[in-house]
Design a protein around this ligand. Sequence first.
Ligand SMILES: [Cu+2]
Length: 153
Amino acid sequence: MIKLRAAIASLLTVTGIALAQDANVIELKPSTNPATPLAYEKTEFTAKAGAKVKLVISNNGGAVPQPHNVVLCKPGTAEKVMGAAMAMLTDPAGMAKAYVPETPDVIAFTKFAQPSQTESVEVTLPAEVGDYPFFCTFPGHSAIMKGVLKVTN
Ligand SMILES: [Cu+2]
């Protein structure tokens, strides 16, 4: 039993090293709390400036099955981008664009992950430290389905 534990521990260490060499994974999931079904389960993440990260929307276990995505923006631009996303509701191609406006304020985004599906995107974070907002652009979600990626040195 002790040998098995040691083997598992060394396996985890190896896995940890392997992960460190890949992009840091920032995994968003819908809340499992029926009181806040249209929120992300975890709303705050930290990453290093200039790091390569993988944004993942894992649409599993949500209290209410709906499509979700994740849109990462430059600091201070959340309301502007949310407003532009809202304006796309009248655009016939809006859904196909996942209601993500074409603006340099958007650093990275995923497509909509349907319930029980996963979407992801890899991005190299800017060199500037700051609070980078992220949110879901499915209509009506961004007011509460949002969070912050703290980019540090
Ligand atoms: Cu959503």
